[in-house]
Ligand binder design. Structure first.
Ligand SMILES: [Zn+2]
Ligand SMILES: [Zn+2]
Length: 133
């Protein structure tokens, strides 16, 4: 599967299967996405590779040990990674192919935007995002 940022400078390839997909409603994801929530796909770090534009990739440490990677040219959020974790969380809107899997869980719903209403029947969790799979 392939994906990339809005301007096209950064592209990536996922060589394995997506482990799982979540909707994260935490306040940080609201800020980082400019929207009500971020949709992210957990991928094994060994199966994720930046194929072009690595020099445009910048990281912002949004909390202790957690980096959010984005395109420094167009601002697209690409993925996040907790240092030492063996998975990365790809921002699913940047994927160009069908991820095959579908979102399985809402996380951090206690921080959900008051103006957004969850209307599906997918499981809602308030725990840390690493605990869901
Ligand atoms: Zn870009
Ligand atoms: Zn979040």
């Amino acid at each position: 599967m392939k994906g990339g940022c809005l301007c096209g400078k950064i592209s990536y390839r996922i060589s394995g299967n997506i482990v799982g997909i979540n909707y994260c409603h935490c306040k940080q994801c609201q800020k980082a996405s400019g929207s009500a929530f971020a949709t992210s796909a957990a991928v094994n770090i060994d199966e994720f590779k930046i194929t072009t534009g690595k020099n445009y990739l910048k990281a912002y440490q949004s909390s202790e040990g957690k980096d959010r990677y984005f395109c420094s040219h167009c601002g697209s959020p690409i993925y996040s990674h907790r240092r030492h974790a063996n998975t990365v969380y790809i921002r699913l809107g940047t994927l160009d192919d069908d991820p095959v899997k579908r979102p399985e869980v809402h996380i951090f719903t206690t921080e959900k935007a008051g103006w957004h209403k969850i209307t599906d029947n997918i499981t809602q969790l308030n725990e840390d995002e690493e605990l869901w799979f």
